[in-house]
Structure formats: C-alpha cells, structure tokens
Ligand binder design. Structure first.
Ligand code: PLP
Length: 424
C-alpha cells in the first residue's frame, strides 16, 4: 500500500488519521516502514535522513544492536508480568548515579506522566496547589501542562481542561525578576522549567539565566522541577543539570532514559520522592503520594534502558551527536549566506533550529521566535521531505550518535535545494 492509500484508511479509522496531532500532514503523512541508524524508509521504499529520531528518543540511532538484542532476550523471558524485577533497580541506580538531583527514581509510562507526577509531588511537599511555569515551555499534554504551553497565550491550548485547573497555573517569562515578582504569591509552591528553554531550545535559555531562575526559586523556598525530557542523556549523560552544575529538587526524564522505548521517570531528593514510599504516611494515607500505572518500569523497557545506560554514560554518543549538529548548523548558515537568504541556524548540543527573516535572535520575544509564518514552515518542511530529509517539528531537528558527516552533507544538499526552490 502507498502513502496516499494508507492515509485514506487511517483517516477513516483514527481522528485526523493520526495518533499524535503533530504527525498530521497534508496531503498525507509519510508512513514509515523501517529505520536503521539515522535513516528510515517509507512504505513506498523512499529513504529519509532522519532528524526526528523518534521525537528525540533514539539518541543511539534506530535499531541499535545492543538495544535490539536486549529487547529480544527479555521478550523471550517475559514481556510483562507487573511484578518487581532486578533490572528496575539497576536502571534506577544508573539514573541516581548520573543525575546530580537524583537520590531516588520512580518510573512512569510516558514523559507526560512524569511531569504529572512531579507536579503532584511538588504540591504534596509544599502543601500548595499553585504552580508557576514558563511561557511556551512544553511539559506534555496533561491538564496541568497546557496553560502557557503556546507562547504568548495565557489560555490552555486545548478545550476540555477545567477553569479550576487553569486557575492553579501561573505563567511567566524566563526572566528571573518576573519570576521573583510572581513568587511573591504565597499560594505557589512549585516551579517547572524546560531545561533547554521553550521547545527543546527553540527559545534558548542561557546558562546564567537558568541559574538565576534556579536561585530565585531556591530563595522563595518552592519545589523546583527541571523537565529534562529532551536534555536528559543528550546535553550530557547527566543532562543539563550535570553539564552546567545547576541542580533542581526534582527532574523529569523520558525518551532517552528508556533506551528509546515508551516510558519516563521522575528522580529527585529522597525526602520528596519518599512521599511515594508505602511506609510514609500523611493524613492517614500510605503512601502519602499515590502513584500507580500498570506498565511503569516494565521489564522490556528496563532491558532496553539497561543496555542503553552504559553506552550513554561515557559521553561519546553525545559528543558524536553534538559534532554532527554543529556540522549541520554551520552548513545551514553557510548555505543561507551563499543563497542570500536571511535566516539563522542555531541551537545547543545535538539540536538545530532555523529562523527565517533575521540573522540574530536578539531583541525577539519568545512568542516571535516560536511563531514563524506557517506557510513558510510548511514549504520548508515539505521541501526537506521531498529531498529525503525528515525534521522533528516546526523547523527543527536533532542528531544522534548514528549520524555521520556523509549523511549531514547529503542533508545539507537537500537544505540547499529546498531553499533554492523556496526563493524562486
Ligand atoms: N516534556 C518535554 C520537554 C517534552 O519534550 C515532552 C515530549 O516531547 C514531554 C514533556 C512529554 O513526553 P511524552 O511525549 O513522552 O508524554
């Protein structure tokens, strides 16, 4: 079956034909058949250089042999029995070892569940229901994460969320003074920050800025959560907190922490995490903070994660991915310059973003950085896809340890051809 026919079938069976709203595409999505390393092939046999990499989850590359082998071996022993097992402890020990904030780790079934749990822990520990989050930062799709997720909007980016929930969420710019002013509100007990800056660094958050936000939160005595679901195991084996030496109370992880399988984690200070210990009681409840979830810490995911951890702990995978993203950004900027297109490729670590219309982000608001004209974004993404290059979302992409200089140079040829077509 080809992409068009599969799209017709999917549209009849799934709302919009998709399982995730960002996979929606006109005239139809590309249906992927298989993937290996930094490449993937659609159902029509077309090959793509991948800069989506499983929405940033495949840091080691698609179908890494060590991960495939671990999954195969575990699948033969037990796919899932909903019991405690040895790999859970090994996996948690790795996280506790690598993440400066981690004294205990609890596994979840997704990143969204991780931020949901971290906010519950923050509220339980502080005894305060109100939460402060940063404009445009993404923390998943649960009810407490969507007010302020769209930059410049103080409304939740979804219908169906009660006003009573939205009223508990305060939104501020990534400005320490603004945060300090809002934290005067004694009802706020928890702050959550996307460690990369909004949308995996599309709106960058400089280290001194993150440190200042941390210091303000510390001075206010609130529970500080770093959402390292993108930056974890990517910006360094211990995420941004290890790289920059800025330590929160709680950290959320997903995508890479699982070796690229579905799941997530919350880690942090023992005294807060132990609110989930069955021996801890508050108001007659044991445990004080409830956390369930059939597939949490599943053996299949734990097997993949335990295979990935030693490979991610050395920093070599990150160094390779970072070098390839630098090559991509440099090449994109050279192409923009050579073609006379005003724009900027930027980003940190193994991430690259593209901004059209300026060669510097200075003076732009977060909302301006996030809101390039949609036709331009669509023309760019479609053009790249046409030239066999798939991006993550908007105008951004990520590299992995499997990207090579040859693949980057080939993708840069696609970038040049795409821009050339856009300006003519
Ligand atoms: N937080 C951040 C920073 C993310 O990038 C994501 C997903 O892209 C999430 C939370 C939600 O994770 P999941 O998609 O696993 O629910």
């Amino acid at each position: 079956m080809n992409n068009t026919d599969l799209s017709t079938r999917s549209r009849a069976a799934l709302p919009g034909g998709v399982s995730h709203e960002l996979r929606y595409r006109t005239p139809h999505p590309v249906f992927i058949d298989h993937a290996k390393g930094a490449e993937k092939w659609d159902v029509e046999g077309r090959r793509y250089i991948d800069f989506k990499m499983g929405s940033a989850s495949q840091m080691l590359g698609h179908c890494h042999p060590a991960i495939v082998e671990a999954i195969q071996k575990q699948a033969e022993r037990s796919v899932f029995s909903a019991d405690c097992h040895a790999a859970e402890a090994t996996w948690a020990e790795w996280v506790n070892h690598l993440y400066p904030s981690a004294e205990r780790t609890r596994f979840t079934a997704s990143g969204t569940e991780a931020t949901m749990l971290a906010l519950r822990l923050g509220r339980a520990w502080s005894g305060k229901d109100h939460v402060l989050r940063i404009d445009g930062h993404f923390h998943g799709w649960h009810d407490h994460a969507l007010k302020g997720a769209m930059p410049g909007s103080d409304r939740a980016s979804s219908l169906g969320i009660p006003d009573a929930v939205n009223d508990l969420i305060h939104v501020c710019s990534p400005d320490p003074q603004a945060m300090e002013a809002i934290l005067q509100d004694a009802r706020i007990g928890t702050v959550i920050v996307e460690a990369s800056g909004a949308n995996y660094g599309c709106v960058p958050l400089a280290t001194e800025n993150l440190r200042a936000l941390h210091d303000v939160a510390r001075a206010a005595g609130v529970v500080l959560i770093f959402d390292e679901i993108i930056t974890g195991f990517r910006w360094s084996p211990g995420g941004r907190q290890a790289r920059d030496g800025i330590v929160p109370d709680l950290t959320t992880l997903a995508k890479t922490v699982t070796g690229g399988l579905p799941g997530g984690a919350v880690c942090g200070r023992a005294e807060i995490m132990d609110l989930m210990n069955n021996e801890t009681q508050r108001e007659g409840l044991a445990p004080a903070v409830s956390h369930k979830g059939t597939f949490n810490g599943s053996p299949l995911v734990a097997a993949a994660a335990c295979a990935a951890m030693p490979l991610l702990a050395t920093g070599e995978a990150q160094a390779q991915a970072d070098a390839m993203a630098t090559r991509m950004r440099d090449g994109m900027n050279k192409t923009l310059h050579d073609l006379g297109v005003v724009g900027l490729a930027y980003g940190e670590s193994s991430i690259f973003h593209l901004y059209f219309g300026r060669t510097s982000l200075d003076g732009l608001s977060a909302a301006q950085i996030r809101s390039l004209p949609k036709p331009q974004v669509k023309a760019y993404r479609d053009g790249m896809l046409e030239h066999g290059v798939d991006l993550m979302a908007y105008t951004s992409g990520l590299t992995s340890a499997a990207h090579t200089p040859d693949l980057i140079d080939e993708a840069l040829d696609g970038f040049c051809a795409t821009l050339t077509a856009m300006i003519h």
